[in-house]
Write a protein that binds this ligand. Structure first.
Ligand code: AVJ
Length: 531
């Protein structure tokens, strides 16, 4: 690793314990560590203890956590329940887990002199000493016993002078320092007034949990999941009956969509993959080094792997999706395989999103990532607003990589939404099934048929549910009548030309930097820039 990068690593002191109760000694050690070791932050790792052994202590965990935050009372001391979240009891395991999810942090283990006396009894204590530098802070009356302890003796040759404490974090372990004068940290006032956008980890708010399992953070913006009943009633009351395509994706609908992506006729998924993989070298070169990636609507987080492999020193990957549980599951599993910090935000991209950038290692710039041609589901006005919000979220000097489905032969387009096996029809009809089962709607499924066509005035595929006879959908005692041939509009899927996309983009802070397509020109990848 080049030296410039090493100095950028966040220096994080770790103070573990039961904090039962937390007291000023914890705080003094932390303040001394911030100053003497030049740390960016200290994390207090409150250990849950063994729940089987002492359920009473376990029950008090929330109290210990809360009290620790009160006692810490410092912007650079972060109280973390990481061990409880991960179900970890041994420091050796905790360190491995923390390093795995925060590869850019320089961790140092902090302990009081009393801790050193017993250190050789800790599970895998030698592994700990080989994993992180250690700083031992004197506690009154413990100096002699601590320095005579088994661990102190065995690690004797690795002890450095207190004068060199500033270099401890950057020294390859095993290495340790004994600081004899902890009691009076010289200028804790100075430390207190220091403003650092500190750690890779905060978990002081209910909405921002960091770290969260394998994730560097999880931010819950509590997206409005929509009220299916209210939206159906409102949509059925419009002159052109309409319902948002977001209601396609319940469990059955999501499974049907996955099947659609495998269909012979449905070229977009497969062609997009081809465009991204065939041009990966050029795309990742145009993105440049040390980008942090924010994916809109990350779904199963499959498409991030198209990029990460080729990117130079990617800084982080933040997955965003509206479905909380799937997001946590998918982001957590991608976190295990990606070599960079992974985080997740539960949000709706139709609302503003603020990225907690300071919780991640610093990036050269942010890259928005929006594959899947989902931009095409929005009206042009909505797409414009979305691009504006994205520029605000990603910040100055950002890039935005978007997948768009391109205008092509009408027969190809219409076949993709009228597959021979009727999977798209089932996907569309699933909305009516949901109305029956979830809203108790009275309707006759056989009265409706799947109807999809290319509207070449608007350049879009439209999907509708069309009444084959005079019929009605009855909800809450109210009947919404259909004359024969009348439709319920369920989705728009806009198709672009690069020129049309550029016209749209030019009405926003973005400019089209570069674009790629496949041999047939069926699908496009566009790289935008707002600098
Ligand atoms: C996931 C919105 C890109 O518009 O092609 C597939 C959804 N609808 N078949 C698309 C969809 C019908 C798909 N998007």
């Amino acid at each position: 690793m080049p030296p410039s990068q090493k100095t950028e690593r966040r220096r994080i002191g770790l103070l573990g314990g039961s904090f039962n109760p937390p007291h000023q000694g914890h705080r003094e050690i932390s303040l001394a560590a911030l100053e003497r070791l030049g740390l960016d932050a200290v994390w207090w790792l409150v250990t849950p203890g063994n729940p089987l052994k002492d359920p009473k202590i376990y029950a008090a965990y929330e109290d210990r956590l809360r009290l620790a935050r009160v006692v810490a009372n410092h912007p650079d001391i972060v109280v973390s329940d990481f061990e409880r979240r991960r179900g970890l009891t041994y420091t050796a395991e905790t360190l491995d887990a923390l390093q795995a999810i925060n590869p850019n942090a320089a961790f140092v283990w902090l302990m009081g002199a009393d801790g050193l006396e017993n250190f050789h009894r800790w599970k895998d204590w030698r592994h700990i000493a080989e994993t992180v530098p250690i700083a031992v802070f004197n506690r009154p009356g413990h100096e002699t016993d601590a320095l005579a302890s088994e661990a102190a003796k065995e690690l004797g040759v690795f002890r450095i002078d207190p004068e060199d404490a500033m270099s401890l974090c950057a020294t390859e372990p095993p290495v340790w320092v004994f600081l004899p004068d902890t009691e009076n940290p010289l200028s804790s006032t100075a430390i207190r007034s220091r403003k650092i956008s500190h750690s890779l980890t905060i978990d002081q708010s209910d909405d921002l949990i960091a770290p969260c399992g394998a994730l560097a953070f999880f931010l819950d913006l509590h997206p409005d999941l929509g009220d299916f009943r209210a939206d159906v009633i409102e949509g059925l009351s419009l002159p052109q009956k309409t319902i948002s395509p977001k209601y396609f994706y319940d469990e059955a609908g999501s499974k049907l969509f996955d099947q659609i992506t495998e269909l012979e006729e449905y070229y977009p998924t497969r062609t997009e993959k081809e465009v991204f993989l065939e041009n990966a070298g050029e795309i990742t070169a145009a993105i440049g080094p040390r980008a942090a990636i924010f994916e809109y609507g990350s779904g199963s987080s499959e498409k991030i792997e198209w990029l990460v492999k080729g990117l130079k020193e990617p800084a982080a990957y933040v997955a965003m999706d509206i479905s909380r549980d799937h997001l946590l599951e998918n982001a957590s599993s991608i976190a295990e395989v990606l070599p960079i910090p992974v985080a997740a935000i539960c949000a709706d991209f139709h609302s503003p999103i603020e990225l907690p950038k300071s919780v991640l290692p610093p990036a050269d710039h942010w890259l928005g990532y929006f594959p899947g041609s989902t931009l095409g589901n929005m009206t042009l006005g909505a797409a414009k607003n979305f691009l504006e919000r994205a520029s605000a979220t990603l910040g100055e000097n950002a890039q935005f990589l978007i997948g768009i489905d391109l205008v092509k032969d009408k027969a190809v387009l219409e076949a993709a939404y009228n597959d021979a096996r009727g999977v798209t029809a089932a996907f569309n009809m699933n909305l009516l099934k949901r109305m029956k089962s979830e809203l108790g709607a009275k309707l006759n499924l056989d009265d409706f048929e799947h109807y999809a066509f290319y509207n070449d005035v608007e350049d879009r595929i439209e999907m509708h549910l069309r009444a084959q006879c005079a019929t009605a959908i009855e909800i809450d005692g109210e009947a919404y009548g259909f004359v024969p041939g009348e439709t319920l509009h369920t989705e728009n899927s806009h198709k672009f030309t690069f020129e049309k996309l550029e016209r749209l983009v030019n009405q926003t802070p973005w400019r089209l930097e570069k674009s790629w397509t496949d041999e047939k020109g069926w699908f496009g990848a566009c790289l935008l820039s707002n600098s």
